[in-house]
Design a protein around this ligand. Structure first.
Ligand SMILES: CC1=C(/C=C/C(C)=C/C=C/C(C)=C/C=O)C(C)(C)CCC1
Ligand SMILES: [Fe+2]
Length: 570
């Protein structure tokens, strides 16, 4: 018992209490007030057991609150059922993407959690480590299963566990929803429970519960299915990580990177991970579904392109009768392969090489296909792109993209331009190694770029925050959490001027920060709001350590992307 207590205390100490007055290099723009809230895998070892894949790690939330020129930092593990069950058992007892685990036989912890999906697939994890979703007034940590976890964006406390299945029939859902101008959420999920009718389900969650402007109502209860698309193959639906929207359409790629439901149904018995149930069928095509938001039906033409693997859609818009969409595409699924912790060894940067560089590809899909157009003719009449769409017989159209840029991932845009013509992509530059070393601003119009980099620095996804009342698309700042491989260098929040890509300020944090995945910025309601001092929630746990240091994950020298700084971790 004593040992357990000690261990728990140690876990707690990996989290920070709010820190004030982070070291700033220069002043932060006065208008920049709010919280940068981010998510990512933070712990890859529980007791003596280790996860196999970087995407398995227990979710660690962290935030930078910027108020009146000061920056406050805090981090906290998501207290998911998965986290609690693992900590309680002192080993990994819940399966993640790359790790199959078994419940603790001595405990009854799984009596509730271990329900069966379609009587074959065990309940999925609620370790929501990928992104943060805003849903009405609420914020949720998200992953790709049917579970999301409500969180308090200020204290990072974990609140309710929400099962999407209570509201819409999905077993999987993306961690990259879209938002319309009113704040309604549009997301896509896959329904595999009903084996005979495997389908992709597009659903909407309203920003406010209809008929009530009162806070506290759960908008999820009012989720509605917007459209569903039958899967081409009932036993192997495609895997997808995101999708695109324009003002009137939705872009969904049914790619040849697939989930094998039969393999998934027997994975638990066979002791293999979910990841091993995913196959890239390089002989197959990538089908492009364009859904009309007015009719809520897919455009009937069968658009397709060559096999590829896409995780991130960048943006999509309509121009001259076409839907144009930009994605980051790979030739194969080697990205997932690289993130196995066994591959993330000490010589990681030298040894780990992607077999395909992520490329920015622009596709053009003609909305109205002339039945009389000649077979072989290009149906794209847009002058801004060299992408083509060749008419074939039987209502098929073969799309070939224009390759715009090579070596980028984690794309973000000024979200006010989502679904509309746009010019700038902010991303992490990655070449043959999956670790980003530069932040990139790519101008899709002039095809030129600006970059930020610094010796030994690994940047996170760059997030764009517009200046209030901004007119230009790039009028704002870029926020990115930077970690360093140099033990002498502290991790820091970097603030760049989005136009010139010059540094405006940085706030160094004396913690062991983890490399995160995705997040969002929550602007403060009023710029002149009363000065808020975050509550010192973790003070007593950390009182033996006045600076409230964080050592998420494994610490130095272990393979979890934690770039520590010498001697400071707990
Ligand atoms: C647990 C689980 C899954 C988890 C997938 C995850 C966690 C994917 C993360 C992807 C990322 C971070 C991509 C970045 O580009 C699946 C395969 C959906 C299916 C079944 C259960
Ligand atoms: Fe993502």
């Amino acid at each position: 018992k004593k040992k357990k207590k000690r261990r728990r205390k140690k876990e707690k100490r990996k989290e920070t209490r709010p820190l004030t007055n982070l070291e700033l290099t220069s002043s932060i723009p006065a208008w920049l007030q709010g919280t940068l809230l981010r998510n990512g895998p933070g712990m890859h070892t529980v007791g003596d057991s280790k996860y196999n894949h970087w995407f398995d790690g227990l979710a660690l939330l962290h935030s930078f609150s910027i108020r009146d020129g000061e920056v406050f930092y805090r981090s906290k593990y998501l207290q998911s059922d998965t986290y609690n069950a693992n900590i309680e058992a002192n080993r990994i007892v819940v399966s993640e993407f790359g790790t199959m685990a078994y419940p603790d036989p001595c405990k009854n912890i799984f009596s509730k959690a271990f329900s069966y999906l379609s009587h074959t697939i065990p309940d999925f994890t609620d370790n929501c480590l990928i992104n943060i979703m805003k849903c009405g007034e609420d914020f949720y940590a998200t992953t790709e299963t049917n579970y999301i976890r409500k969180i308090d964006p200020q204290t990072l406390e974990t609140l309710e566990k929400v099962d999407y299945r209570k509201y819409v029939a999905v077993n999987l859902a993306t961690s990259h929803p879209h938002y319309d101008e009113a704040g309604n959420v549009l997301n896509m999920g896959t329904s595999i429970a009903d084996k005979g009718r495997t389908k992709y389900v597009m659903f909407k969650i309203p920003a406010t519960a209809p008929g009530s402007k009162k806070k506290g109502k759960n908008p999820l209860k009012h989720s509605e299915v917007f459209c569903s698309i039958p899967s081409r193959s009932l036993l192997s639906p495609s895997y997808y990580h995101s999708f695109g929207v324009t003002e009137n359409y939705v872009v969904f790629l049914e790619q040849p990177f697939k989930l094998d439901i039969l393999k998934m149904a027997t994975a638990y018995m066979r002791g293999v991970s979910w990841a091993s149930c995913m196959t890239f069928c390089k002989e197959d095509k990538t089908y492009i579904h364009i859904i009309d938001q007015k009719t809520r039906k897919p455009v009937p033409t069968k658009f397709y392109t060559d096999p590829m693997v896409v995780f991130h859609h960048v943006n999509a818009y309509e121009e001259d009768g076409c839907v144009l969409f930009d994605v980051i595409a790979y030739e194969d699924n080697s990205l997932y392969q690289l993130f196995y912790l066994a591959n993330l060894n000490k010589d990681f940067e030298e040894k780990s090489r992607l077999t395909s560089v992520p490329t920015l590809r622009r596709f053009a899909v003609p909305l109205h296909v002339d039945k009389d157009a000649e077979v072989g003719s290009n149906l794209v009449k847009v002058s801004s792109t060299t992408a083509t769409a060749l008419k074939e017989k039987d209502d098929h159209v073969y799309c070939q993209p224009e390759v715009l840029y090579e070596g980028l991932e984690l794309p973000r845009i000024n979200y006010a331009h989502n679904g509309k013509p746009y010019r700038y992509i902010f991303a992490a530059e990655v070449q043959w190694s999956p670790v980003p070393t530069k932040i990139l601003k790519y101008d899709v119009l002039t095809k030129s770029s600006l970059k930020w980099s610094e010796e030994s620095c690994w940047p996170a996804e760059p997030l764009f925050v517009p200046t209030p009342g901004a007119k230009d698309e790039d009028d704002g700042v870029i926020l990115s959490a930077i970690i360093s491989t140099d033990p002498q260098k502290l991790p820091f929040l970097l603030i760049l001027d989005a136009k010139s890509f010059t540094e405006l300020a940085r706030a160094s944090v004396d913690v062991d920060m983890h490399l995160d995945l995705h997040g969002l910025f929550i602007p403060d309601a009023g710029w002149n709001a009363v000065k808020q001092t975050p509550a010192k929630t973790q003070e007593d746990e950390n009182s033996d350590h006045p600076t409230g240091l964080t050592a998420p994950g494994l610490g130095h020298g272990e393979n979890d992307f934690t770039a520590g700084h010498g001697g400071k971790s707990l």
